[in-house]
Design a protein around this ligand. Structure first.
Ligand code: SF4
Length: 890
C-alpha cells in the first residue's frame, strides 16, 4: 500500500517535453484539482490546456485493472510466470535476438532503466527500442556526430535571453505551449525576433516576425545557404572554429557548392529571395541566437543531416553553450530525455555509452555484472516490427505505447503484432495495440506512480503519486523486475523501489567516467529515500565550474576524443518518395492543439475534444478545387501504404500541393482516420527515424448518402459504418456517423446503436424514409440518448441536445415537445466551437465580445480570459478579431 499525501503534491505533467511542474491534490469531492507549480523552473506556474485538464483524466473508465491471459482475467503470479517462461523458452530455443521490447517516452526513468538493463545486460540482445525513435532519434544522431555525445547544450533561460529565436519544424504554440509563452514574454520584454521555418502557416507562424514557408524537406539547403552566407559576410568565429572544432573547411565548401547564393536557395526552397536574405542577415547580425528544432526536422528520411546543417551554423559562429545562444532540440515526450540517458534506444548503451566502443560495452557489463551483455545495436522500431512480421522476433513486449496506431505503415505493424507468436502489453488502458496481446499487464498511470523524468533542457523532476493504485495495477519498474526475477536474475533486479533504481543509474553514469561523458549524475548515487522523496527539479550534470555552469560546452570542449566538435558536411537530398501524377499531394502529419498522442487520456476530456471534434485534413483551397472537394466534404486519402478518411478543412496556411492530417485518431475514436496507416516507413539511414512528414498521396471525395448524429451516455464502438468518429462531451459522447448506403439502410444501421427500445424511445420518421429522429429519457425524465439521421448535408444542429445530455436535468414539457426538432424552445445563444480550451470560451462568445468593442487580443483576454493562459489559441482569436472590420463592412 502506498503512503499517499493528504495535501497538494508536486509532480510533473505527463505530456510534452517542456516538463511543466504540476501541483495536484484530491479534493473533498474526490475530484483531482491541478494547477501549475509556481516554483518549477520549466513553467513557473503556467499550464497549457492539456496540462490544466489533467485532473479530468484520472478516472477509471477504460482502465486495465487486472492481468489478463488470452482475454481472461488472471492472477499476477500466473501472468508473470507465463511472461517469464515464454521469454526464457524463446531465448533458449531461438536465441536472444528472437525477443524484443518496444517501450515509451511515457515511462519514467527508473522503468526505462530496468527494461534496458534486462534486455541489454541479461537477455543479451539490444532489441529494445522506444517510441522516441519516432520523435527525436535524428537529434540524438546529429548530436553524436557533432558533439560526440547526445547533449542538448542550452536551457530554457536561453529563450528568455536570446535576441533571435529561429523555430525550425516546430509548431511551438501548439506542441510546446508553455515554452512558446515564455518566448512571447521575452519578446515583449526585450523585443526578441522570432523566425519560423515551416511549410505550413501554423499558429506559431501567424505570430512570428518572419515566416519562411519552405518546401517540404528543404531545410538542409536553407541552412547550407546560411553557412555559406556567414562565411561570405565574415561572421565566422575563427577563434572558436580553430580551437574547438574540426571540419569547417569541408563543410563550408560543400555548403557553398550546394547553396551559392540566396537566389539559389530561394529557388530550391520555394521561397522569396528577399525573405531568405532577411533571415540570413538577421542570423548573421544577432549574436544571441537560439535555433529550436523539433519533429519537422527530426521526422525525416534526412533528419540527421538537417540537425547537423543547423548545428554547423552555430559551431561556425561559436554560438553554443553561451547565454541566449545555441541549437536546441525540444522533445515531444515527457521523458524522451530520460530514455536517452538510460539507453532506451536500440543503438545506445546505458548512461550515454556506445556500442561503437568495446570499452564502453565491457564497462557496462562489469558494472551490471551482466552474464550476457549485448555487443551490438538492436533492431530500431521499423525493423523491429518488420522482424516480428517475418517471424524473426517471436516474443514482443510493448510497454506504455500504441504502435498499432502511431507507427508508420501501421497496417503492416498490426499484421506483425497479429503474426508474432507471443505479445505482452503492459499499459494503463485498452488500446488498438492491446487487442493483439496474449498477456495484458495493468500498469500504473500518471498520478499513481513514482519516478523521475528529464525534460528538454536536461532538468530532472519527480513524478509523484497522489492517487492509490487502482485494482491490481502495478508500477512498470516493478512489473519488469518481477519478470526479470522469474527469469533467474533475482539479484540484479532486487530493487525495493524507484529510489534504489535511480541510485544504480546514477552510479553507472559516474562509473569509470573521469569526465569522458558529460552525462554524470554520480552525485545522486547515494541519494536517500527521503531525499528522493523531496527531490527538487535540477539540471544535470551537477554544478560544474565556469562562467555558465548550467550550459554545456561553455568551455569549448566537447565529448569527442580530442575535445573538438565536428562540422558535418551535408547535402540537400530529394524526397525519399517523390510525388507522382497518380499521387500528387505531399501528405504531412502532426499534432492537433489540444490532443496528446493516440488520445487515450486527452480524448476523454470534453473541453479538449471541443476544438477539433472530428478527423480533418487541411487542404489548400486550390487543391480542394482541383480535386472537386468542398469544405466539410468527407474525403478518402490514399498513399501506397494505406488509406484513411477525414473531413476536408480548407486552409490557406497550407502550401498548394501539400495536405496535413493529424496523427492522433485511433480506432477508439474514429474509423479509419489514423495517419499511421498512411505514413511512410522509409527511415533516415543514420538515426532510423521514419519519414512522417512526407508521403505522396491522392485524395477524392467520398460519395456520402446519409449522415447521422448521436449523443448518448453510452461508450460505444460502432461497426459497419463507412465512417464514424466520436467526441467526448459532458455527460457522454457525441458520434458523427456517415454512410454510402441508401438513407433507409443508414437509418437501420444507426438505429441499431440506440440502447432504448419500445416505449422508452420517442421516434419520428418522415414518409419518404429519408429522415429519422429518436430520443430516450431516463426514469427521472432526463435525456439519455438522441439520434438524428438525414440525407448528407441536412442534419440539424445538435448543440441543444448535447447540452441536455450534459445537464442530466428532467426535461420541461416544452423541451419534451421540441426534442425531435433538435431546436431549443427558447433561444439561448450557443457558445460555439471551443476556441480557448483553458477557459472554455467558444467562437460565438469571442465574436460577440469583438462586436461589443473588444478589438484586440488583450481586450478579448480582459473580457473573457481567452488566450491569457497557455496562449495556443491566440492566433485563432486574432483571426476572429481581424475579421471584425470586414464583417462590419459587409
Ligand atoms: Fe504539459 Fe502543456 Fe507543460 Fe507540455 S506545455 S508539459 S503539455 S502543461
Amino acid at each position: 500500500m502506498q503512503d499517499l499525501p493528504a495535501t497538494e503534491v508536486k509532480t510533473t505533467c505527463p505530456y510534452c517535453g517542456v516538463g511543466c511542474g504540476v501541483l495536484a491534490r484530491v479534493a473533498a469531492d474526490e475530484n483531482v484539482a491541478v494547477r501549475g507549480d509556481p516554483d518549477h523552473p520549466a513553467n513557473f506556474g503556467r499550464l497549457c490546456s492539456k496540462g490544466a485538464a489533467l485532473g479530468e483524466t484520472t478516472g477509471l473508465e477504460g482502465r486495465l485493472l487486472a492481468p489478463e491471459i488470452d482475454g481472461r482475467k488472471a492472477s499476477w503470479d500466473e501472468a508473470l510466470d507465463l511472461v517469464a517462461s515464454r521469454l526464457s523458452e524463446t531465448i533458449e530455443e531461438h536465441g536472444p535476438e528472437s525477443v524484443a521490447f518496444y517501450v515509451s517516452g511515457q515511462l519514467l526513468t527508473e522503468d526505462y532503466y530496468v527494461a534496458n538493463k534486462l534486455m541489454k545486460g541479461f537477455i543479451g540482445s539490444a532489441n529494445i527500442d522506444t517510441n522516441s525513435r519516432l520523435c527525436m532519434a535524428s537529434s540524438v544522431a546529429g548530436h553524436r556526430r557533432a558533439f560526440g555525445e547526445d547533449i542538448v547544450p542550452g536551457i530554457y533561460e536561453d529563450l528568455d535571453q536570446a535576441d533571435l529565436v529561429v523555430l525550425v519544424g516546430s509548431n511551438t504554440a501548439w506542441c510546446h505551449p508553455i515554452l512558446y509563452q515564455r518566448l512571447l514574454s521575452a519578446r515583449e520584454a526585450r523585443g526578441t525576433k522570432i523566425v519560423v521555418i515551416d511549410p505550413r502557416r501554423t499558429a506559431t507562424a501567424e505570430e512570428c516576425d518572419l515566416h519562411l514557408a519552405v518546401g517540404p524537406g528543404t531545410d538542409v539547403l536553407l541552412f547550407n545557404g546560411l553557412l555559406a552566407h556567414l562565411d561570405r559576410t565574415g561572421t565566422i568565429d575563427r577563434n572558436f572554429v580553430d580551437t574547438s572544432t574540426i571540419g569547417f573547411a569541408e563543410a563550408v565548401s560543400v555548403a557553398i557548392a550546394e547553396a551559392p547564393s540566396a537566389r539559389a536557395v530561394a529557388a530550391g526552397c520555394g521561397l522569396d529571395e528577399s525573405a531568405v536574405r532577411l533571415f540570413y542577415e538577421l542570423f548573421a547580425s544577432t549574436t544571441r541566437t537560439v535555433t529550436v528544432y523539433s519533429q519537422g526536422v527530426n521526422q525525416s528520411a534526412h533528419g540527421t543531416d538537417k540537425v547537423n546543417a543547423i548545428i554547423n551554423c552555430h559551431l561556425a559562429t561559436g554560438r553554443i553553450g553561451r547565454r541566449g545562444m545555441g541549437p536546441f532540440s525540444v522533445t515531444g515526450q515527457p521523458n524522451a530525455m530520460g530514455g536517452r540517458e538510460v539507453g532506451g534506444l536500440a543503438n545506445q548503451l546505458a548512461a550515454h555509452m556506445s556500442f561503437d566502443d568495446t570499452a564502453d560495452v565491457d564497462r557496462v557489463a562489469r558494472f551490471w555484472n551482466a552474464p550476457r551483455i549485448a555487443r551490438q545495436p538492436g533492431l530500431k522500431a521499423i525493423d523491429l516490427f518488420r522482424a516480428a512480421g517475418e517471424g524473426k522476433v517471436k516474443a514482443l513486449w510493448v510497454m506504455g505505447t500504441n504502435p498499432a496506431v502511431s507507427m508508420p505503415d501501421a497496417n503492416r505493424v498490426r499484421a506483425a503484432l497479429k503474426a508474432c507468436e507471443f505479445v505482452v502489453a503492459s499499459d494503463v488502458t485498452r488500446t488498438d495495440t492491446t487487442r493483439f496481446a496474449d498477456v495484458l499487464l495493468p500498469a500504473a498511470a500518471w498520478g499513481e506512480k513514482e519516478g523521475m523524468v528529464t525534460n528538454s533542457e536536461r532538468r530532472m523532476s519527480r513524478q509523484r503519486a497522489f492517487l492509490p493504485l487502482p485494482g491490481e495495477a502495478r508500477a512498470d519498474w516493478r512489473i519488469v523486475c518481477d519478470v526479470a526475477q522469474r527469469m533467474g536474475f533475482a539479484e540484479a533486479f532486487a530493487f525495493d523501489g524507484p529510489a534504489a533504481i535511480l541510485r544504480e543509474h546514477a552510479a553507472l553514469s559516474a562509473f569509470e567516467n573521469e569526465g569522458l561523458r558529460k552525462f554524470d549524475i554520480g552525485h545522486l548515487a547515494n541519494i536517500t529515500d527521503g531525499e528522493y522523496r523531496e527531490f527538487a527539479p535540477r539540471l544535470w550534470p551537477a554544478a560544474q565550474g565556469g562562467e555558465d555552469p548550467e550550459r554545456l560546452f561553455a568551455d569549448g570542449r566537447f565529448s569527442t576524443p580530442d575535445g573538438r566538435a565536428r562540422f558535418v558536411p551535408v547535402r540537400q537530398e530529394g524526397p525519399a518518395l517523390p510525388v507522382t501524377a497518380d499521387r500528387p499531394l505531399v501528405l504531412n502529419t502532426g499534432r492537433m492543439r489540444d490532443q496528446w498522442h493516440t488520445m487515450t487520456r486527452t480524448g476523454r476530456v470534453p473541453r479538449l475534444a471541443a476544438n477539433t471534434p472530428e478527423p480533418v485534413i487541411d487542404l489548400h483551397p486550390r487543391d480542394a478545387m482541383a480535386h472537386g472537394l468542398r469544405d466539410g466534404d468527407l474525403a478518402r486519402i490514399e498513399t501506397r501504404f494505406g488509406f484513411a478518411r477525414a473531413r476536408v478543412r480548407l486552409c490557406d496556411g497550407q502550401r498548394p500541393g501539400e495536405a496535413f492530417l493529424p496523427m492522433h485518431w485511433s480506432g477508439q475514436f474514429a474509423a479509419m482516420s489514423g495517419a499511421g496507416a498512411l505514413s511512410s516507413p522509409v527511415t533516415d539511414i543514420y538515426s532510423g527515424q521514419p519519414e512522417l512528414k512526407h508521403v505522396p498521396a491522392r485524395i477524392a471525395r467520398e460519395r456520402v448518402a446519409w449522415q447521422a448524429a448521436l449523443v448518448t451516455r453510452c461508450d460505444l464502438r460502432p461497426t459497419g459504418f463507412v465512417h464514424w468518429s466520436r467526441q467526448a462531451v459532458a455527460g457522454g459522447w457525441s458520434y458523427a456517423l456517415t454512410g454510402t448506403e441508401t438513407p433507409d439502410q443508414g437509418i437501420l444501421l444507426a438505429r441499431a446503436l440506440l440502447s432504448a427500445t419500445g416505449e422508452g424511445l420517442v421516434e419520428y420518421r418522415d414518409r419518404h424514409g429519408l429522415n429519422y429522429r429518436a430520443a430516450a429519457l431516463d426514469g427521472a425524465g432526463a435525456l439519455t440518448e438522441a439520434l438524428m439521421v438525414a440525407p448528407a448535408g441536412q442534419l440539424p444542429d445538435m448543440t441543444w441536445l448535447t447540452s441536455l445530455l450534459a445537464s442530466r436535468d428532467p426535461l420541461s414539457a416544452n423541451a419534451r415537445r421540441m426534442l425531435l426538432s433538435g431546436r431549443a424552445p427558447e433561444t439561448e445563444p450557443a457558445i460555439g466551437r471551443i476556441v480557448c480550451a483553458c477557459f472554455n470560451v467558444g467562437a460565438n462568445q469571442l465574436a460577440a465580445a469583438v462586436q461589443s468593442g473588444c478589438r484586440s487580443l488583450d481586450a478579448v483576454g480582459k473580457a473573457l480570459g481567452a488566450g491569457t493562459n497557455c496562449g495556443s489559441c491566440r492566433s485563432e482569436i486574432r483571426r476572429i478579431v481581424d475579421a471584425y472590420p470586414a464583417q462590419a463592412a459587409e
